[in-house]
Design a protein around this ligand. Structure first.
Ligand code: ZN
Length: 58
């Protein structure tokens, strides 16, 4: 298995800001790596919380 993506990379992935070449790399990694899928779930939960808070504010 290849190296785990950096936390920043996972965050960008969750925000859908990754360039296509990196995106494919991450998708392939996530397909094989349960621990990164778990990290991504937490990342997405954090982002959803922030988005919801911003929406309530504005
Ligand atoms: Zn991983």
């Amino acid at each position: 298995m290849s190296e785990h993506p950096a936390p920043d990379t996972l965050e960008l992935f969750a925000l859908r800001r990754l360039p296509a070449d990196q995106l494919m790399e991450i998708l392939r990694h996530l397909d094989a790596c349960e621990s990164c899928r778990e990290r991504l779930r937490e990342e997405k939960a954090t982002i959803d919380t922030i988005r919801t808070a911003l929406r309530l504010k504005g």
